[in-house]
Design a protein around this ligand. Structure first.
Ligand SMILES: [Zn+2]
Ligand SMILES: [Zn+2]
Length: 404
């Protein structure tokens, strides 16, 4: 009998424990709080009273030949730490729209899917009739803007598109800062450029890897007419040194863009570099201020860890990025040692003699400088920056301002 009661008590206890345990098992357990959004912050200095805004003025969406939607591009830009983005889908090619049409098109009388008729063209059809454009390009921009607003990203979206005339070997160009994307296309691309200008926009020459492409009579006269304002001296990880010289000689604005078609992080996060960008030195993050900076050529290009630009701006940038202070003076040796502190997210590589020194983000290093043999005076702290490029395919040697 006693045994029976012990068994009964044990059974009752186990039932209570099981019920209790079941009560404690929640129906959902979150393994990661996915509602917390994260952004890469790229810290850059104030240069001569201007803020350094990070922009990508050349990206494609799934409406032309990209794989990411406009809302996806906006999200990518925000996560990647950018401030400005221009969605520049092709005016003349919309493999994406054609793809969507295949899925959504109604069937015609014969039961076959209605086919999408190409909008615009890079070559004149046999009929000789200008094909025109049959797509609402402004809707692409609106879609991106509504994502930007609803998520509260606060990015500056610049209205743009890409124009191409491959067959005539004229190259690819971006229209930027335009009002109405639907009234730009013209089979004569020079007329399209004029349409851009009429709207107060600018045209930039994209990925001009083949130098011959801008040395034709057509390019010379387009330039004379003032139709081209800037050049992509870097497209993705390709830097075109001859184009940097061209920009300096012809007073064109320097751009560095991703021209991303796929998922942007696939290309950049694995390399350990930020995505290629145009650093715009502007007073504020408004279209007016950014356009003013672009027209006045206040840009620096970042690609694959390298900074490319006009010597004057690179010098100002480095001096704003680095604090240089006198650490000690050795009168016997006749040397002064300075401490260089990097206040930015970029790495700078200095060459001293045959040795390379990397100044990592938010780190310091020390350099000693002796006296000039002739004058007997201490030499100023100067650095040759190996990951900066100026015209002539050269690295600048920059004097650091002390104790700013
Ligand atoms: Zn292109
Ligand atoms: Zn493109």
């Amino acid at each position: 009998m006693k045994k029976f009661f012990i068994l009964l008590a044990a059974f009752a206890l186990s039932a209570i424990v099981t019920a209790d345990a079941q009560k404690k098992i929640p129906p959902v357990h979150r393994t990661c709080n996915e509602s917390t959004f994260r952004r890469t912050e790229i810290i850059l200095p104030q240069v001569k009273g201007y803020n350094c805004y990070k922009g990508d003025f050349h990206v494609h969406t799934s409406y032309s030949d990209g794989v990411v939607t406009p809302a996806g591009r906006v999200a990518e830009a925000w996560y990647d730490g950018l401030d400005i983005i221009a969605i520049t889908d092709h005016l003349e090619g919309h493999s994406g729209v054609r793809r969507f049409f295949k899925v959504t098109a109604p069937y015609n009388k014969n039961g076959k899917p209605t086919r999408y008729v190409a909008a615009g063209s890079t070559s004149m059809p046999k009929s000789g009739k200008d094909p025109g454009v049959k797509i609402d390009f402004n809707a692409i921009h609106k879609e991106a803007e509504s994502a930007n607003k609803s998520k509260g990203y606060g990015l500056l979206l610049i209205k743009g598109c890409e124009m191409a005339r491959n067959k005539l070997k004229l190259g690819h160009y971006n229209a930027l800062f335009v009002e109405d994307l639907n009234t730009i296309y013209n089979y004569d691309i020079r007329e399209a450029f004029r349409n851009v200008k009429k709207q107060g926009g600018i045209v930039i020459h994209n990925h001009p890897g083949n130098v011959a492409k801008y040395e034709t009579d057509w390019h010379h006269s387009a330039r004379k007419e003032g139709l081209i304002s800037g050049v992509e001296i870097a497209n993705g990880f390709s830097f075109y040194p001859q184009m940097l010289d061209r920009c300096v000689n012809e007073k064109l604005t320097l751009f560095g863009n991703t021209d991303t078609h796929g998922v942007t992080s696939h290309r950049y996060s694995t390399t350990g570099f930020y995505r290629t960008m145009t650093i715009v030195l502007a007073k504020e993050l408004t279209e007016k201020a950014v356009k003013d900076a672009v027209l006045k050529r206040r840009t620096i290009v970042y690609s694959g860890g390298d900074l490319i630009g006009e010597e004057e701006w690179l010098s100002e940038f480095l001096n704003a990025a680095i604090d240089c202070r006198l650490l000690r003076e050795d009168k016997e040796k006749g040397s002064r040692t300075y401490i260089l502190t990097n206040k930015t997210s970029f790495t700078y590589t200095f060459r001293r003699g045959k040795t390379m020194h990397q100044l990592e983000p938010f780190h310091s290093l020390t350099f000693s400088f002796g006296k000039d043999k002739k004058s007997g005076k201490y030499t100023a702290p100067k650095v040759n920056v190996q990951n900066m490029w100026i015209a002539g395919y050269k690295h600048p040697t920059i004097e650091l301002k002390k104790d700013k």
